[in-house]
Design a protein. Sequence first.
Length: 304
Amino acid sequence: MSTRRRYQQKWHETLFDLFNVLFMAGLLVVIIYPFLHIVSISFSSEDSVVRNTVSFFPRGFNTSNYGYILRDRMVYFGYRNSIFYATGSTVLMLLFTSMMAYPLMIDAFPIKKFLTVYLSITMFFGGGLIPSYVLMDQLGMINTPWVMIIPGCVSAMTVFMFRTFFKNIPAELRESAQLDGAGHMAILFRIVLPLSKALLATFALFNIVGVWNSWFNGLVYLKSEELYPLQLVLRSYLYKLDMTAIMRRAGAQGGGDAFLRNQPVSPKGVQMAMIVVAMFPVMMIYPFFQKYFVKGVMIGAIKG
């Protein structure tokens, strides 16, 4: 009877594993198909794109779509700006959030309760777009790179998650460091942060992806096109190329991109090429942070 039960259990586990494999394979196809379709269109000829015959692989392979994009200096400005915004915002976020979370994990900190309540309030109430714009204007940050970096440096939710992670570091390490004469800054930067690499890497990736994909703040706070992030440049491309496609179908003159209408490329192909160019950096850094994702999902799940 025991042997039969073990056989049934093994059979059920095999069925479960088979179901998981089939389900994940189907999910992979659903996820990867749109990406392959975008890349294929970006490398396909104008005629193939217009006839809508492109699926998994390019038809009439050509690189004219990318050549058109790389001639535009706004793409390079967008890349430069997005890299600067993402890097600067991530570094300051990790620094300020760590310095904010560290004292909140110390029971003897005098205003711990006040700061916890204060941060909690900001999770439920916000000033709104217009007050935020007025504040940025009064601080002289409108149409400057700093308006894309500084306002989002500290988030209450992130502070609490950092605090929870820090509290799981043995208190004996801090106490022994204090006995050796180390101050709180030395403990934070020499003990706590080196033991929090998974936390820092996870939130660094989250912040980089969030800032890289952000375009609304640039639309609101930036006036100079040379300060636009790459996603705002992409938005301008999508609008301009949509107008060009409409003009092509109507056979009208003016509107959209007159230069593009005289080139052997399709507006849709250029749009897809721009999307590939915009997401390429994130795709390159993602594999290096992937190993931290399991730990990152568990952050905040442990009672702190």
